[in-house]
Design a protein around this ligand. Structure first.
Ligand code: SF4
Length: 826
């Protein structure tokens, strides 16, 4: 039987289909060690975790170990397909350097300890601080990779038990703007669209969203439409020549930091040509006149100057949007990690609102997520918001939650907005936060301005707890390290960007003494003796299904209503899209099909913010302007980025991802096929800039900003001139530095390889999402290359503009199987 190298062909074989047809099934699988399906002892239901797409798969178990994966043919999300990270990434579970026992710091060293000792230290320090300094001294920083049940438990502990407002997820780096833009436009988080909109759309617009690398299976669906009859036309907005840009009808590559101006010009054209559904706008929205006034002075010529994009291209893009009959839009980090992130993302929503394109097949907005369970971080309140998309500024919502938890409403912090991560870090720096409990994330590589982050986390007075599966850069700085079980070793549910809930069952035991995050959190709550107002335990559940049942009660009646869902419904079947309740027992494919939005003042998740300043809208002002179930069209004025290039720093630095890695590479760096495809950091510069400076492929460059410097080998790629790109996956755990720069590439060891050595402490005012896309940088050549190309993939946006003599491909261990719709295999 044939096999396919899915490192060399990340998106696999085309299965074309036409508009309105069902996407054909193609089942992808990979089994290690020469096994075939007959060797597998059992298959265990799960879904993918190294991106946000939520592809359903089964885990192959052989002799009590994970032996491979196979896509689930009957699932609505992937129709059997898997991406390279899904096929190979699970091998990290078996890595010999998994944490298997707790560690505590003694005499400056992390030494093994038993669970009692470690948990007593964690709970003991929490209790001491609560007694001495109160709940404001305790903070939690979590992830987008735990399960729903774990987030909800954490939120109950933090909000209802400890009473701290200092709780956030690393989703702040990634999808805070997705959530905020949905709240601002529609009154609540929750994606209006569905992946099935790809099957119907005649135009797909991708804004700052290199879907080909971030959600490979979603791109596969788009590629299959492009290969079929009557394909959709694509609009791509991205400063890099991504695979999406290659396939686009119109590609706009704006100057980083100018997205809002570009969006205003597109809306200017839509209004000027009257591509507006006035009837829908008047029945279902408010604010159109404000938008019309705002964009009146943003013609394409003005945007062309600001964004450095030809006015004709902007017109062509607007024409695409204006002529669409079924428009699907997706948005990701190119928009989200910028200084006017929410304002720009909201304009994408506005395109749909003015065109009346929501709630029907092909007409959807997907404000994308980055991580597999980011949606759950937000809906459960583990990002600091109140669970169930409740509004912290609405006393009735706080009382509702207090009733559910049987606590005094005053216990639940709602004196102000939840403390976002960047503020949590600031409080830790200043000393008011003395305890930080980090679960499943690696801020010592992923946060901006790393030298500062390391200083804050390493402080003597800060008690740092890290719960993870490896001794990450952050864990190396901890006072206590708690070894966690991971995907495949525990049970729970999670929800992808189009609201599809999947169940992921435990397939194998975790290694050594590692424990599921849920068990560790339940243990923590028990040791703290967290109680309700009658003295009974606050956290009443003891396992994942019990936590899910508790969450169902919490979500009932809210937009993310899970009350009609159960583990049994999810077992053996396809994922199901929330809300699932009496009115929608089979789930809900698209939100807002009736044109009614959750903007009523008594129901909405937020009263909103000023998109330019971030100032909260006063409840009285919102109530007075009661939108009464209509969507909010919110315009915003463009302001220039905060750190423009200058003579000393003439380039704009932007950071991002590659197809083969996830986050700080803690898992993908331990999967041999993925690591081999992208083994080390590189820097991308355009051909124009390389020629102007006499640089060549493989030269060692030093990139410097006000915060620090990084050294990396040059890849001359299709990036916009004047812009340099660094992938942010590469930290120090596999270098002599351990958790900090210390000889990665540099002769003197003073220069880093983590992109976030360079990024600024700055954020979008509305979503508080940090900026990773605009920093002024200097670039110089340190050494000429030896003729070898940069360690960058050639299959992706980082592909070279000229032949460099090598191509990214796998080896014999990368051969996967595809079972095609006609029964054939490849
Ligand atoms: S890599 Fe970026 S987008 Fe993906 S999950 Fe991490 S922060 Fe989010």
């Amino acid at each position: 039987m044939g096999r396919i190298d899915r490192i060399a062909e990340p998106w696999g074989t085309r299965t074309p289909y036409g508009p309105g047809e069902t996407w054909p099934t193609r089942v992808d699988s990979y089994l290690a060690d020469g096994l075939d399906e007959h060797d597998v002892d059992r298959w265990v239901q799960s879904a993918t975790v190294l991106h946000s797409n939520g592809d359903a798969l089964d885990i192959a178990v052989k002799d009590g170990r994970i032996a491979g994966v196979r896509g689930r043919a009957g699932d609505r999300v992937n129709h059997g397909r898997l991406g390279p990270k899904d096929l190979y990434g699970w091998q990290a579970n078996h890595s010999p350097d998994r944490l298997t026992e707790p560690l505590v710091r003694r005499g400056g060293e992390l030494v093994p300890a038993d669970w009692d000792t470690a948990m007593d230290a964690v709970a003991g320090r929490t209790r001491e601080l609560l007694d001495e300094r109160g709940p404001g001294s305790v903070g939690f920083y979590t992830t987008g990779q735990l399960f729903l049940e774990e987030y909800y438990t954490l939120a109950v502990i933090a909000h209802g038990g400890i009473g701290t407002n200092h709780l956030d997820g690393n989703t702040r780096l990634c999808t805070a703007t997705a959530g905020e833009s949905l709240k601002e436009s529609f009154g609540s988080d929750g994606q209006p669209g569905s992946y099935t909109d790809v099957d119907h759309a005649d135009v797909i617009a991708l804004y700052g969203h290199n879907v080909a690398e971030t959600q490979t299976v979603l791109w596969t669906r788009m590629l299959d439409r492009l290969a079929g009859p009557n394909p959709p036309r694509l609009l791509c907005v991205d400063p890099r020549q991504t695979p999406v840009a290659d396939a686009a009808t119109v590609h706009l590559a704006p100057r980083p930091g100018t997205n809002l101006m570009l969006m205003n010009a597109l809306l200017h054209e839509i209004v000027a040509h009257d591509w507006v559904d006035h009837d829908w706008v008047s029945r279902h929205t408010t604010g159109f006149d404000d938008l019309r006034a705002q964009v009146a002075d943003c013609p394409p010529e003005r945007a062309a100057e600001v964004c450095d994009v030809p006015a004709g291209d902007i017109r062509a893009a607007a024409q695409l949007l204006g002529s669409a009959e079924r428009l699907l839009s997706t948005v990701l980090q190119g928009f989200y990690q910028s200084h006017q992130a929410t304002a720009a993302a909201v304009q994408v929503n506005n395109v749909h609102l003015v065109r009346g394109m929501l709630g029907r097949p092909g007409c959807g907005v997907l404000q994308m997520n980055g991580q597999p369970t980011a949606q759950n971080t937000r809906e459960c309140g583990a990002d600091g918001d109140l669970p169930g998309f409740r509004n912290w500024a609405n006393p009735a919502h706080v009382e509702d939650l207090a009733r559910l938890w049987n606590v005094d409403p005053l216990r639940i912090p709602h004196y102000g907005p939840p403390t976002n991560l960047m503020q949590i870090l600031r409080y830790a720096e200043q000393g008011s936060i003395r305890f930080l409990y980090v679960t499943g994330t690696n801020p010592a590589v992923s946060l901006p301005e790393l030298a500062r982050v390391r200083r804050v986390l390493a402080q003597e007075r800060l008690f740092l707890v890290v719960q993870d599966i490896f001794l990450t850069e952050t864990a190396q700085l901890a006072d206590v390290v708690l070894p966690a079980a991971t995907w495949g070793e525990k049970t729970g549910t999670f929800t992808n960007v189009d609201r599809t809930v999947h169940l992921s069952e435990k397939a194998v035991d975790p290694p050594g003494g590692a424990r599921p995050d849920l068990d560790i959190l339940l243990d923590y709550a028990r040791r703290l003796e967290l109680a309700d107002q009658d003295g009974a335990p606050l956290v009443t559940w003891t396992d994942a299904e019990g936590a899910f049942e508790a969450w169902k009660a919490c979500s009932a009646g809210r937009p993310c209503d899970y009350s009609g869902l159960s583990y049994d419904q999810l077992r053996g079947r396809s994922g199901i899209q929330w809300p699932v309740n009496d009115a929608h027992p089979g789930g809900t494919e698209r939100l807002y099909a009736d044109g009614v939005f959750p903007t009523d003042p008594g129901y909405c998740e937020t009263y909103g913010r000023d998109l330019v300043t971030g100032a909260p809208v006063e409840p009285t002002a919102y109530r007075a302007a009661n939108p009464s179930g209509r969507a909010l069209i919110k315009p915003a004025e463009y302001v220039p980025p905060h750190e423009p290039p200058d003579d000393a720093h003439p380039f704009v630095l932007t950071t991002g991802r590659t197809l083969y890695h996830f986050h700080t590479r803690t898992k993908t760096g331990r999967a041999p096929q993925l690591q081999r495809a992208a083994p080390d950091v590189w820097v991308e510069v355009s051909d124009d800039d390389a020629r102007a400076h006499g640089w060549d492929e493989g030269d060692l460059l030093r990139i410097t900003t006000e915060r620090g410097s990084v050294e990396a080998r040059l890849r001359i790629s299709g990036i916009r001139p004047g812009v340099v790109f660094l992938p942010f996956h590469y930290g120090y755990w596999d270098t002599p530095g351990g958790y900090r720069p210390g000889g990665a590439n540099s002769a003197d060891g003073a220069h880093g390889r983590a992109a976030n050595e360079l990024t600024p402490t700055d954020w979008d005012p509305a979503s508080k999402q940090p900026l990773f896309k605009t920093a002024a940088a200097a670039v110089e050549r340190i050494a000429a290359g030896d003729g070898s190309p940069a360690p960058a993939p050639t299959t992706t946006a980082s592909r070279p503009v000229r032949d460099v003599g090598t191509h990214t491909r796998g080896d014999e261990r990368s051969l996967a199987l595809e079972t095609l719709p006609d029964g054939g295999a490849r």
